[in-house]
Design a protein. Structure first.
Length: 96
């Protein structure tokens, strides 16, 4: 019987160095495993390095790895967005 991971044991790790154009991604998260398998099947620049009972490791272009913090909106931008959503909701209700 295979050991089933607990949620606290699901992880994804990304490693790379300056000497290579590629990064290695190892994941035990089911959704990420599916995403990595799909990429490996669809793209020639993604290569499966290994699979084990818990996860998958792939090699992919390092330039795909980035830190992307969420945008910080000003109060004015929030208000414009809020007003836009009010108008969209009004239009949707009147279309019914």
């Amino acid at each position: 019987m295979a050991y089933k991971l607990k949620k606290a044991e699901f992880e994804t790790g990304i490693t790379f160095d300056q000497s290579s154009r590629f990064a290695n991604v190892y994941s035990t998260e089911p959704a990420m495993i599916e995403k990595l398998l799909t990429l490996a099947n669809e793209r020639t620049d993604v290569r499966i390095v290994r699979r084990d009972a818990y996860g998958i490791e792939v090699e992919l272009p390092k330039k795909w790895c980035k830190v992307s913090p969420p945008r910080i909106f000003s109060e004015e931008e929030r208000e414009v967005s809020r007003q836009r959503m009010i108008e969209i909701n009004k239009a949707a209700k009147s279309a019914k």
